[in-house]
Design a protein around this ligand. Structure first.
Ligand SMILES: Nc1nc2c(ncn2[C@@H]2O[C@H](COP(=O)(O)OP(=O)(O)O)[C@@H](O)[C@H]2O)c(=O)[nH]1
Ligand SMILES: [Mg+2]
Length: 316
């Protein structure tokens, strides 16, 4: 790697250095904090797009099509596939390896899978860090794909500039079940698999649902039909993304400040989690539980005791 340090290599867009930087962050090595601090002032240019939706709706396929769309226009694209549920089963990861191979010849695209290490609330913050690395490395569009529509996913895409909620025909019943919070995070609804039966009906149901909710930012959430497997509707989707980007720009300062607050909160919670977690060994937790259930001690005093034994100062 010569004389250049890791931050410089990342800034130069060196693919192997980027991969090493991400690993450092993922594994929480001592290298991570100084690296992120050095890269931070070179970040802030990327546009981060979250892609969320139930498994199998076509998020990976859409991410690939969007990446191709932007690459054809000379835009550098990073894809982060986050899997909060299965670090070891590897289904999604295997798929992403195959995807990576298809793009390895192009340094303008970078695909990376991330699995959680089970940290308390750490996943969204770790994802922010990886996005920061790609941002500093010069990727202009960053697509963050999640595996499902749970709270982890909501947290992850909350810090994105824009979020695509991917749905497919026949999910009508599920719409009622999807939590309002999940519905609200979609800035654009993507109705994928529009080659399937029931598209018109699903589109109607979505339009109806959307017509009843007014957003404070004045944006009216569009429903874009796509067929990811045939590259259908991808241009329309990119146009909608562009429209939202312009729309949000008028309110950019507020938008940005809000995201920075969310990211800082997530970072603090993660750092606290990292400090507290080692103290919560199974034996100690079992002992606490016993003491609480027998009313020998109260959980509030135990929490005080644990917190007072935490060294709160930063590490780097
Ligand atoms: N018929 C049809 N199949 C699709 C479409 N988009 C994706 N698929 C297929 O749906 C399956 C799941 O897609 P994938 O992108 O892995 O979904 P993810 O789990 O949301 O990432 C794959 O077999 C895709 O080939 C589409 O528009 N139409
Ligand atoms: Mg996927």
């Amino acid at each position: 790697m010569g004389r250049m340090g890791l931050p410089e290599e990342v800034l130069n867009g060196n693919t192997r250095a980027i991969a090493r930087a991400i690993s450092a962050v993922e594994n929480g090595t001592d290298q991570a904090a100084p690296l992120l601090k050095a890269l931070f002032r070179h970040s802030g240019r990327a546009y981060v797009i979250g892609i969320t939706g139930a498994p199998g709706t076509g998020k990976s396929s859409l991410a690939d099509r969007l990446a191709e769309y932007y690459r054809a226009r000379g835009v550098r694209v990073g894809i982060i596939a986050v899997d909060p549920t299965s670090p070891f089963t590897g289904g999604a990861i295997l798929g992403d390896r195959i995807r990576m191979q298809a793009h390895t010849t192009d340094p303008g695209i970078f695909i990376r899978s991330m699995a959680t290490r089970g940290r308390l609330g750490g996943l969204s913050s770790a994802t922010d860090d990886v996005a920061l690395i790609l941002d500093a490395a010069g990727f202009e569009i960053i697509l963050i794909e999640t595996v499902g529509v749970g709270q982890d996913e909501v947290d992850i895409v909350r810090t994105a500039h824009l979020t695509l909620l991917v749905l497919v025909p026949g999910m009508g019943d599920e719409i009622q079940n999807i939590k309002a919070g999940v519905m609200e995070i979609g800035d654009i609804f993507v109705l994928n698999k529009a080659d399937r039966d029931g598209v018109a009906r699903m589109e109607q149901e979505l339009q109806q649902l959307l017509s009843t909710s007014l957003r404070p930012d004045g944006w009216s959430v569009p429903v874009i039909k796509t067929v990811a497997t045939q590259n259908g509707g991808v241009g329309e989707l990119a146009e909608a993304i562009d429209r939202f980007r312009k729309h949000a720009k008028t309110d950019m300062r507020h938008h940005t400040l809000e995201k920075e607050q969310q990211k800082l909160t997530a970072l603090l919670l993660r750092r606290l989690g990292e400090k507290i977690e080692p103290l919560l060994t199974r034996e100690r937790m079992e002992e606490y539980a016993l003491q609480i259930s027998e009313r020998r001690r109260d959980p509030y005093s135990i929490a005080d005791e644990i917190l007072s034994s935490v060294e709160l100062k930063g590490t780097a």
